[in-house]
Design a protein around this ligand. Sequence first.
Ligand code: G1P
Length: 293
Amino acid sequence: MSDNTFRKPVRKAVFPVAGLGTRFLPATKAIPKELLPVVDRPLIQYAVDEAREAGIEEFVFVTGRGKTAIVEHFDTAYELEATMTARGKSLEPLEPTRIQPGNLVTVRQQVPLGLGHAVWCARAVIGDEPFAIFLPDELMYGSPGCMKQMVEAYNEVGGNLVSVLEVPMEEVSSYGVIAPGAVNGALTEVKGLVEKPKVADAPSNKIVSGRYILQPEVMGLLETQGKGAGGEIQLTDSMAKLIGQQPFHAVTFAGRRFDCGSKLGFVEATLAIALDRPDLGDDVRAMMTKMLG
Ligand code: G1P
C-alpha cells in the first residue's frame, strides 16, 4: 500500500436533500425543509458554507420532486441582481449563494429507499474520487467548521472518516453508532458501525453526526447493499464493510451541533445563532431576557 493510498484530495461533496420533511408540515408543504431559514440563511446554506471552507469545489445535490427551489437558491438571479444594482443596493447578501458555473450538479433519487441509496445515486458524478457527505439537518456550528476539522484529520490518516459526538445512552437508537478503538486526541479508531441499535446492543454512545469523508469504493458496496434498519438501504451498513479494508476513523467535532431535523433543535439553532451574531446578539439577548421575565 503506497503512502498516497486513500489520500487523494476531497473535492466533491454529496448533499442528500430528497427527504419529504414531514416533521415540519405544514411549513414544508411547498418549501423544501432545507430552505427553512435559521435567522436569515436557509439551513442548506450553512452546510454549503461549511463545505466551501473545507475546500469542496463540486457540490452534488441528491434531490427529488418538489426540491427545485434548492437549486434556484444557488443560481444567479439576474432580475433580482439587476434591480438591486439599479437601486444602488449591495449584492453582498447574495455572495454565499454563488457556486462556480458547472460546479453544482443535481441527481434525482426517484424513490426514497434510504440514505445509502441516496448517496449511491451520486456515483456517476463521484467517479473514483474520495468525497464528503453533508446531512444538512445536522447544523454543525464552529470555527473551524466540522468538515475543515475532518479534512485536517484526513490529511493525517487518510481513508474514511465520520464525525461523532456523544449522546445520552437512551438516545443512541436514533443514530448510527461506532464501536470505538484507540483514541488519539479528537481522533478515534472505528472498529465497528451499527445503524439504530437497541440501547442494549449499542457498542458506545458515540453517534455519527452527519458528516462523512468516504473513499469511492463505498459506492460499489452500496450497489448490492440490502435493506437494513427501518427497511432502508443504510449507508452505515456499507461503511461497516470498509472497516478492516481501509483506514476508518471518527473525528469528535470541537464545536456545537444542532439537530435541525427536530423542531426543538431548529428553535435552539435559531436562538443560539441569533445570540452569536454580532449584528443581532445584543438585541436578541435583551428581548429574551425581557420575554423570560
Ligand atoms: C442518518 C444516518 C445515521 C446518522 C444520522 C445523523 O439517520 O443513517 O447513521 O447518525 O443520520 O443525523 P437518519 O437521521 O436519516 O435516520
